[in-house]
Design a protein around this ligand. Sequence first.
Ligand code: PAF
Length: 255
Amino acid sequence: MRVVRTIADLRAELASARAGSIGLVPTMGAFHEGHVSLFRAARAECDTVVVSLFVNPAQFGAGEDLARYPRDEAGDRRLAEQARVDVLFAPAAEELYPPGYQTWVEVEELSRPLEGVHRPGHFRGVATVCLKLFTIVRPNRAYFGQKDAQQVAVVRQMLRDLHLELELRVLPTVRDADGLALSSRNAYLSEEERERARALPRALATRDPARARALLDGLEVEYVEVADFDPRVLAAAVRVGSTRLIDNVTLEGDE
Ligand code: PAF
């Protein structure tokens, strides 16, 4: 696996790969089995697999966890290598946002509800960095997790609106044995908080907003709502201590 830090080096690295298919897995690192499931799918479906590792400052609001977001590049390299990733693209912030940077992508309607209410500007950062990565890597397929259902909806809309020719592949949420969806942010939870966080998957499993809300009694609930994405989901965001967790279950299609 090659680790590449600059856009120029990545383009050079991929020049000879363009005859075959390229799969991109955009990530912010701190890999867990959820990421690895995306790497494996990309490995099975593409000739060349590129994973981007970039904690995107543009999608964090003031007062959010950008500074303390888990970072473990050595561990990430090992996991990516084991999953037979070809290229790990790990640029510095200035490589993607050089001084004077001023262009942003806004997917207007889909960015507004749910996460958009609680994290204003978040999806502008996500859409912008995804478009940048799509433009730099020019993948045939890009891999995302269903855990971030609204992110998937935003990226899908951007692909449609901007006529981008790439296939969006969405993989199911990977859960721990106790039901908690894998997330890099789970690392913030103490044992006691983790115990309380288990209410989130239990609540969503009811597939009923009113029952879910009742089961979340005692946690700080930001939203529990049915969202008309493709597929429809029951989505929720809660705070357990200082940790914000999101999760969703699909309401049709897979169960
Ligand atoms: O889901 C994530 O990890 C991020 O939002 C993404 C898609 C890598 C963009 O920074």
